[in-house]
Design a binder for this molecule. Structure first.
Ligand code: NAD
Length: 494
């Protein structure tokens, strides 16, 4: 049933695909544009500036000028804090518009665009605003005749390149600590979902962020993205995206000016449920809810589920009973919990993985099919494979869609070994009522985050990031300041 409120709002929404450079909305210097297509129904939302080297040069020059004249970096932390808090307030005040842009652009349900994406982005900006005037520099313990100060300075011009799955949150995780620390930023959103980032930067200007401090260059990875990664006047690049592109970013950073490069990459997270799990219903609902949330397009989705053999049948029966809740619906309907896959290419990728799982002999228990095809959009039913083994492609590759692969094990050591047999190491889960077993597994699991008896631990105070080929950086928490600040030592003779 169509929710007319959001459809009416969508029909009258202003779509502005121009870049934001030096405080002004502009088309690309080349005047090139690309069509922004909504995955909800395949409709073109509007043209977006296709920025290239010339636009990136202009944005980096604007960011550099703003950094050098200290219009932002030179303000007291308490003054930067006031702007960032106003920025967070304005993000919340514009929730309906930002949420609508997010849903139209990438297909996620409108209820989550509001309650998760916009809310988390505002919270992140507020959190770094609140933090920045509470951080002290250091004095080193040197001799009586000297004073050595260790101070944190902004690195200068930060480039942020982000993916399409959580456009606002990914942007906020990069720009908020970078801006709070006094840097200037050039953000490149994904070509698949550029609209909310453009509006976000406009809101930052309304909040009082000086022009040139936060620039946005929409465009393609091999054009605007590569131009940023190769730029000789970008001091630091914060990248979130696939492992394949992350490797290219590190190469480009090395072959240009050796800019600092931080990567937050793909995942194939393992969730291990032991027979002595304290609450089977909670484990089932977390396993199912976490993989199908955001249509499975989450880097930390627990896409590999290891269930102890003695409880597997009971587990699967409960999991299958939850499937109706996750059938894709109209993303603009407030009751929908699973929306559209971001575009035709991603839809094809996921369907190819499903076919490969079937060809490799995994047992398809649910889904595996496209739905809502009459809408012109891209939808896949929640998919569940049993009898998956570690050699199958669906066990090894990041699918980035609503596909859960179930393995069984008879001893936790076996599950931990299999969980670690992956090039990725973003997150992991373990469910057991035996505290020693939980802690030993948490220590042995090679992941940036391990959840015990839950899979939704999430707070601005804790770092988010991976090990192995899931990346080398950490977003969120005070630790993110390490990425966007340099330590300077000043020796003073006394
Ligand atoms: P992607 O690597 O294709 O693109 C990410 C960004 O990089 C986009 O803005 C894209 O335009 C740009 N890009 C692409 N090629 C480039 C190049 N040669 N030079 C410079 N920039 C380039 O990834 P995606 O498909 O947008 O996002 C999905 C991936 O992101 C998944 O692997 C997912 O796990 C990962 N992800 C990781 C995290 C995390 O925190 N670890 C969070 C969200 C998503």
């Amino acid at each position: 049933m169509m929710n007319s409120l959001w459809h009416t709002r969508a029909a009258s929404l202003n779509i502005d695909g121009r870049a934001l450079i030096g405080g002004r909305r502009v088309w690309a210097a080349s005047n090139q544009q690309f069509d922004d297509v909504s995955p909800i129904d395949g409709r073109v939302l509007g043209p977006v500036a296709r920025c290239d080297v010339a636009d990136v040069d202009a944005a980096v020059a604007a960011a550099r000028a703003a950094f050098e004249d200290r219009r932002w970096a030179g303000q007291a932390p308490a003054a930067r804090k006031r702007v960032l808090i106003r920025f967070a307030d304005l993000v919340l005040a514009n929730t309906a518009e930002l949420a609508l842009l997010e849903t139209l652009d990438m297909g996620k349900p409108i209820q989550y665009s509001q309650s998760v994406d916009v809310a988390a982005a505002a919270n992140c900006i507020r959190w770094y605003g609140e933090a920045i005037d509470k951080i002290y520099d250091e004095i080193a313990p040197t001799a009586d005749n000297s004073l050595a100060l260790i101070t944190r300075e902004p690195v200068g011009v930060v480039a942020a390149i982000v993916p399409w799955n959580y456009p606002l949150i990914m942007a906020a995780w990069k720009i908020a600590p970078a801006l709070a620390a006094g840097n200037s930023v050039v953000l490149k959103p994904s070509e698949k979902s550029p609209l909310s980032a453009l509006r976000l930067a406009e809101i930052a200007l309304e909040a009082g962020l000086p022009p040139g401090v936060f620039n946005v260059v929409p465009g393609f990875g091999h054009e605007a993205g590569a131009a940023l990664a190769l730029h000789m006047d970008v001091d630091c690049i914060g990248f979130t995206g696939s492992t394949r592109t992350g490797k290219q970013i590190l190469q480009m950073a090395g072959q240009s000016n050796l800019k600092r490069a931080w990567t937050e990459l793909g995942g194939k997270s393992a969730n291990i449920v032991c027979a002595d799990c304290p609450d089977l219903d909670a484990a089932v609902s977390a396993a199912v809810g976490s993989i199908y949330f955001n249509q499975g397009e989450s880097c930390n989705a627990p896409s590999r589920l290891f269930v102890e053999a003695s409880i597997k049948d009971a587990f699967l029966e409960k999991a299958l009973a939850l499937m109706p809740r996750y059938q894709p619906g109209d993303p603009l309907d407030e009751a929908t919990v699973m929306g559209a896959i971001v575009d035709a290419t991603q839809m094809k990728n996921v369907m190819r993985f499903i076919a490969s799982g079937q060809a490799d002999g995994a047992r398809l228990l649910a889904g595996g099919v496209a739905t809502r095809e009459d809408t012109g959009g891209f939808y896949i039913a929640p998919t569940l494979f049993d009898q998956v083994d570690g050699a199958m492609e669906i066990a090894r590759e990041e699918i980035f869609g609503p596909v859960l692969s179930v393995f069984s094990f008879s001893h936790i050591d076996e599950a931990v070994r299999e969980a670690n047999a992956s090039p990725f190491g973003l997150q992991a889960g373990v469910w057991t009522s035996n505290i020693s077993k939980a802690i030993q597994a948490a220590r042995a699991l090679r992941a940036g985050t391990v959840h015990v008896n839950q899979y939704d631990g999430d707070d601005m105070t804790v770092p988010f990031g991976g090990v192995k080929q899931s990346g080398n950086g950490r977003d969120k928490s005070l630790h993110a300041f390490d990425k966007y600040t340099e330590l300077k030592t000043t020796w003073i003779a006394l």
